[in-house]
Design a protein around this ligand. Sequence first.
Ligand code: 4NP
Length: 154
Amino acid sequence: MRVLFVCLGNICRSPTAEAVFRHKLEQAGLAGLVQVDSAGTGDWHVGKPADTRTRRAAQLRGYDMSALRGRQVEAADFQRFDLVLAMDHSNLDNLKRLRSGNQGAELDLFLRRYQLEVDEVPDPYYGGEQGFENVLDLIERASDALLVEVKGRL
Ligand code: 4NP
């Protein structure tokens, strides 16, 4: 099973989801069975480490994001992955356009798939510290639900 998380810049939300979900897979002893990656719809941060504020907030909860580097999503990702999970509606719209006629990966909105009370992981980039904590809170909860789904699909 192969899961790709997508946001706009690939330096805040989707790399957080990658790190959190990978951590949960490791704890569950499933790391070798599930491939996890993240990407951005934009290209501004290709090759760059995750945002400093994102990395700091994640580190305080035990998630190491130091090895992650930004990359841009591409049409071939719909063949490389089984499930592509967007962080907000704008990401989802862009991914639908990129996928165009291609079949392949299932595409969904991460939080809506698991029926959290909000649909979107809000972009924390231009806000304060609380935004980064909110990203982690939402992603940790949705990742627990994703883990249950993945266990059922292995
Ligand atoms: P992300 O956050 O999509 O969660 O990685 C953003 C990062 C950078 C920018 C926007 C959102 N930016 O405009 O550079």
